[in-house]
Design a protein around this ligand. Structure first.
Ligand code: SF4
Length: 204
């Protein structure tokens, strides 16, 4: 097992697994410190970022719960806290009123605009790596994330470009792109938002 140092000596995958666990602990600590400065918790900030960067028709409570790997009940509690602070509003989805959409209020948008440097400590810690090292690291991490996603441990939301369902520039000026999965034309702005259904095309 990966917590056994003798096993780690003999196994590269165990060493990498342990490094990832240590990394996640360090990230948790860094994000806690950065969030405290804004008088919010890391999960509250993640909620605001989810509402800011997810395409509005899929910015649902359910997708938020999946994105952060928590239960619907926990997600609702976090969201309620932000509703009370006047940072988020909940609205029923016009096509299906049982589904709740999350939207930032103007106060929420103002706060998100101040989050430019949130998570910056992590990015800074990568600066000492060479471009080649970073490219290899990115490939390796991508492969781990994809494997975790296939096993249902993670949801990776990305914009439309590079998605297997994306058909760019096939519509009119207002909604130039098309998604074959949801069978809808999309505005360019909507295609730049994160979508939890993003499925990377094989070439990616
Ligand atoms: S499934 Fe793919 S193409 Fe469709 S909206 Fe999501 S990211 Fe865009």
């Amino acid at each position: 097992m990966i917590f056994d140092p003798q096993h780690r000596k003999e196994s590269r995958s165990a060493r990498i697994s342990m490094a990832l666990i240590r990394l996640s602990l360090a990230m948790k600590k860094m994000m806690q410190a950065e969030s405290e400065a804004l008088e919010l918790s890391p999960i509250q900030i993640q909620t605001l970022l989810f509402a800011a960067y997810t395409r509005n028709d899929v910015a649902t409570v359910g997708n938020f719960a999946k994105a952060i790997g928590t239960t619907h009940v926990t997600a609702v509690k976090v969201i309620q806290g932000l509703v009370r602070k006047g940072l988020i509003v909940k609205t029923p989805k016009p096509e299906d009123r049982r589904v709740t959409l999350l939207e930032l209020t103007s106060k929420g948008k103002e706060l998100v605009s101040k989050l430019e440097h949130w998570g910056g400590s992590l990015e800074e810690s990568l600066q000492s790596m060479s471009e080649k090292m970073m490219a290899n690291f990115e490939l390796g991490l991508g492969s781990i994330l994809s494997s975790l996603e296939k096993r249902g441990h993670l949801v990776v939301a990305e914009p439309c470009l590079g998605c297997i369902h994306f058909r760019p520039n096939v519509g009119d000026a207002a909604t130039p792109h098309y998604c074959q999965m949801i069978r809808k034309h999309l505005s360019h702005e909507a295609s730049l938002q994160e979508c939890p259904e993003h499925t990377p095309s094989p070439a990616d």
